[in-house]
Design a protein around this ligand. Structure first.
Ligand SMILES: Nc1ncnc2c1ncn2[C@@H]1O[C@H](COP(=O)(O)OP(=O)(O)O)[C@@H](O)[C@H]1O
Ligand SMILES: [Mg+2]
Length: 228
């Protein structure tokens, strides 16, 4: 899978989800099967990989920083060497995002259930549509992230996505705003590895990765250093 995690809106959890997906898939096979491309100048994904390597001895996946055209070069030269390439495209309508959309087979758009976010979705959907002209294989997905633990805002936003953006496949369940995601990312850990375990966060991440079409058996949940 070559996946761009992108949205022109910042702060929606692109880096958080890209890093969690990369770490979760890195457990598959002998490891090293995942390339995480940090396309954002802020370098959050690269920071995650560094914290992870400091904590665990090795990140378990390869992380490179690349922007714009360099994202395309990385994908073209690396796609035969890795089972999965995950691109954290960064915010705004930037060259890395366009590059990612040009060379990916999937794009995941995290959307927060707040009205500003759904307004920004229009611009993102237009970018995806434009990319699809030259990249016919591009499949587009959306997921609610930073979802509320309860209340009707989640379902309202999901209804907007379903009704107004039929080209985006909505992945469920939503990813709720949970300390496990922010604490884990700060340490370089996915919620699959973080202790104490948060079963709800784990279920949401596994649901997200399955929704992207990755075989569930490729996701290994590590408890106490052992694959479960
Ligand atoms: N599901 C979540 N639960 C809790 N905090 C989250 C979640 N997703 C993102 N965050 C937090 O929200 C902020 C923005 O997330 P980030 O991944 O940096 O967004 P982006 O890359 O889109 O700018 C960060 O502080 C991150 O820790
Ligand atoms: Mg980011």
């Amino acid at each position: 899978m070559i996946l761009t995690v992108g949205n022109i809106k910042g702060g929606v959890g692109k880096s958080t989800l890209a890093c969690n997906i990369a770490a979760a898939l890195s457990f598959q096979g002998k490891g090293g099967g995942v390339l995480l491309i940090d396309g954002d100048k802020q370098g959050s994904a690269a920071d995650f990989a560094q914290s992870r390597a400091d904590l665990l001895g090795e990140a378990g996946f390869t992380c490179v920083r690349a922007q714009g055209k360099e994202v395309v070069n990385q994908v073209v030269t690396m796609r035969d060497k890795f089972a999965h390439i995950i691109i954290d495209a960064g915010g705004q309508d930037n060259p890395s995002l366009r590059a990612g959309l040009a060379v990916s087979d999937k794009v995941l758009v995290p959307v927060a259930p707040r009205s500003f976010e759904t307004w920004a979705l229009e611009g993102m959907a237009a970018l995806i549509e434009e990319a699809s002209i030259t990249n016919a294989k591009l499949e587009a997905f959306a997921v609610l992230n930073l979802a509320f633990p309860r209340g009707s805002d989640n379902s309202q936003t999901q209804d907007i996505i379903r009704e107004d953006y039929p080209n985006l496949t909505l992945i469920e369940p939503p990813v709720v705003q949970r300390k496990a995601f922010s604490d884990g990312a700060g340490q370089g850990l996915s919620v699959l590895e973080l202790k104490p375990r948060n079963p709800d966060a784990i279920a949401e991440l596994i649901g997200l990765i399955s929704g992207l079409g990755v075989n569930q058996n490729d996701i290994k949940v590590i408890y106490n250093g052992r694959a479960a």
